[in-house]
Design a protein. Structure first.
Lengths: 417, 265
């Protein structure tokens, strides 16, 4: 009988620092929610967090809660609860899992952090539809439940080139949020505080970019699967000094690995790029599957989506508008393809894995012929796996495994040629 | 002594287990096919025994064994595993050494594999989560129509006025079938409609290159599907002598190539 290869996933020491950051973050939010000492704003993951920080809000990001519902594999049992009240199983399973958890009064936060029962109560909900339209509907549910204001930015979609018109429109929408935020927070808006938040956010973005760029080393000191958990601070902590401090520790460890020529995998034979959402409930299984084949999934569009190089404290609104519109997810296929071509080259990629996430059409970029076009242009082969970010009913593990193994066999044949 | 060596490929599929035994000249000297059942290890063992009997050989002549298919990890005598994608490609290229597109229709999944003129795999695709268009679809329909699976091919050939089914879904297709029965449609026309549904699901999966090869258990037992596919794509389709065995043969070929003595000889 053939034995399954035993795989040991190497952990980064500094993951503990990032873990502590996340714990402190959730306890601070929980305290604010219970005591009312500070106001809490809910924000979409690439929403205008800097403005909220400048107004003194603590900022909570429901998408991270949904990702936790996915990775704890609670989501699949909760999604049907949201389906039952009218949210289709075909729409975003972040939304359905989160609303299901609310209806059932359960939360992975309660399992991980002693004393926390669930997400903090919001005082205001702030979205940016640059992610997708679903975030607006998701927040609208909570606006009604908690009877709090909902405001947001309606972004452009399919943007070819980011023009002044795009930027002006988004910047204006951001400025127009201020009166509501002043009213909820009881704090007068101060442009200098926004400049500070934007400067810290930019610093966080630069550090996170530096972290992810270490994967260009051969062997790579970091995997995509590491990145999906380490990115927590870039999502929830951008605009804070603590997040930046945590990333400095991580960066140091990664640079040390590079110096020692120590890879994230024991034996890196293939270098892969991940396009699309992670399958949260299978992070560990996928990490082991690829590692068992000596294939390092080392870079992704997903983790790189929290890099906002356009942020500029000198011109906070305009630069935020630009940064949040330049994003991959907002763009047309041509700029998206250029982005991936650059990534293939920079990270010296042997193959691309596209995740076609059933409930996330907005972030499944394999549905309009992109993989075929890119393969033709670059010669880098691809594999599409069908699955979902949170709904495990949409996943066939055996199919995924066979497909991934067959893809690696194909890469082996190419190398042997 | 090389000519005495035998190589075994075992393809434990979702529906059937196939074992192929080849000699050093890559000639198929024994094979067996059985229902995979619930004990893959025992089924593979039984298939091996039967295939070796056909080859007139004992186990001592086995110089290498590789397993493939869903149950590939459950084969007691295999030294290595390969995916069925690689094995089907290998098996087909033995019979058709040219640039080909392979369509394999299995019990629960369909595969489209493209090879270049050197047998190098350039791409592959499997059906998505749904088993529409696979053997499972026909297996589901057979009791609905009260027709043994083995009679379907003969019936489809008799059809003069095929019934087209609209649904992707096996269960909804069954509803459509019932509706057609109620409306007095002939069984052979419905069966041909089922075959047409199978090949529609396949042509939706990928584009084909010039030379197309069809394999798999469904093709082995329903050759009319090949004729229908030829009519649909407008060219001749290649079918190996044992289309159900190509995965197992491919696994045996991998075992032969892995054999150090053979390589050195």
């Amino acid at each position: 009988m053939t034995e399954e290869k035993k795989v040991v996933i190497k952990r980064l020491e500094s993951a503990k620092v990032l873990g502590k950051f996340m714990a402190d973050y959730y306890y601070e939010l929980d305290n604010a929610s219970k005591t009312g000492e500070k106001k809490v704003a809910w924000c979409t993951s690439v929403g205008p967090a800097e403005i909220l920080r400048a107004m003194g809000f603590l900022v909570y990001f429901p998408e991270t809660h949904s990702a936790m519902l996915g990775s704890s594999r609670m989501a699949t049992d909760l999604i049907p609860k949201a389906n039952a009240i009218g949210y289709s199983p075909d729409i975003c399973s972040y939304l359905t899992a989160d609303i299901g958890a609310y209806l059932e009064k359960v939360s992975p936060l309660a399992k991980v952090f002693k004393g926390i029962e669930g997400p903090p109560k919001p005082d205001v909900l702030v979205f940016n539809t640059n992610q997708c339209r679903d975030v607006q509907d998701w927040f609208a549910f909570y606006a009604k439940e908690y009877n709090v204001p909902i405001i947001g930015v309606h972004s452009f979609v399919g943007v070819q080139d980011v023009t002044e018109a795009h930027v002006k429109s988004v910047a204006k929408q951001m400025e127009e949020m201020i009166p509501t935020l002043e009213e909820v927070s009881g704090t007068k808006f101060d442009i200098d505080r926004l400049r500070e938040a934007v400067a810290l956010s930019r610093e966080c973005s630069d550090l996170w970019k530096e972290v992810l760029d270490t994967a260009a080393a051969v062997p790579s000191p970091i995997t995509f699967f590491d990145g999906t958990t380490l990115m927590g601070a870039a999502v929830v902590g951008r605009g804070t000094q603590k997040a930046n401090d945590a990333y400095r520790v991580l960066l140091k460890e990664l640079k040390e690995r590079i110096e020692r020529k120590e890879g994230a995998l024991e034996n890196e034979r293939f270098r892969l790029y991940w396009e699309g959402m992670p399958v949260w409930g299978r992070l560990s299984a996928h990490a082991k599957l690829f590692a068992s084949l000596d294939a390092c999934v080392l870079a992704s569009t997903y983790c790189n989506s929290w890099i906002f190089s356009a942020l500029d404290p000198k011109d906070p609104f305009t630069s935020m508008a630009r940064a949040y519109t330049e994003l991959f997810i907002v763009r047309a296929d041509a700029p998206k393809e250029k982005y991936i071509r650059d990534m293939i080259e920079f990270f010296k990629v042997d193959g691309i894995i596209y995740h076609d996430a059933k409930t996330c059409p907005n972030n499944s970029n394999c549905r309009y012929g992109m993989p075929q076009r890119l393969e033709k242009e670059t010669g880098v082969p691809y594999l599409t796996i069908n699955g979902d970010l949170n709904d495990l009913r949409l996943i066939s593990d055996e199919q995924t495994k066979t497909n991934v193994e067959a893809f690696i066999e194909q890469l082996e044949e190419r190398k042997a040629k | 002594m090389n000519q005495d060596k035998l190589f075994v490929g075992t393809d434990v599929g979702a529906s059937r287990t196939k074992v192929a035994v080849i000699d050093t000249a890559r000639k198929l000297v024994g094979y067996a096919v059985r229902k995979s059942g619930t004990n893959f290890t025992a089924t593979a063992d039984a298939c091996l025994k039967e295939a070796l009997e056909m080859a007139g050989a004992g186990k001592e002549r086995i110089a290498g064994a590789i397993s493939t298919g869903y149950g590939r990890k459950n084969v007691s005598y295999a030294q290595q595993t390969r995916t069925e994608i690689g094995c089907h490609a290998k098996g087909c290229f033995l019979y058709f050494p040219m640039a080909i597109t392979i369509i394999d229709i299995g019990g629960q999944d369909n595969k489209i594999i493209k090879l270049d003129e050197n047998g190098q795999r350039t791409s592959f695709k499997m059906n998505r989560k749904c088993a529409a268009g696979t053997g499972a679809f026909l297996e589901e329909m057979s009791p609905r129509l009260d027709i043994p699976l083995e009679d379907m091919d003969g019936l489809a050939r008799k059809s003069k006025d095929m019934v087209k089914l609209g649904s992707f879904c096996t269960v909804f297709s069954a509803t459509e079938v019932l509706e057609n029965i109620r409306n007095g449609k002939k069984v052979e026309d419905i069966v041909k409609g089922l075959f047409y549904s199978v090949i529609r699901r396949i042509i939706e999966m990928d584009s084909f290159t010039e030379n197309v090869v069809m394999t798999g258990g469904v093709v082995e037992h329903n050759r009319y599907l090949v004729t229908m596919m030829e009519e649909l794509i407008g060219r001749k389709i290649l079918v190996p002598e044992h289309p159900q065995l190509t995965g197992a043969i491919g696994a045996a070929l991998y075992a032969l190539e892995a054999d150090a003595v053979y390589r050195d000889a």
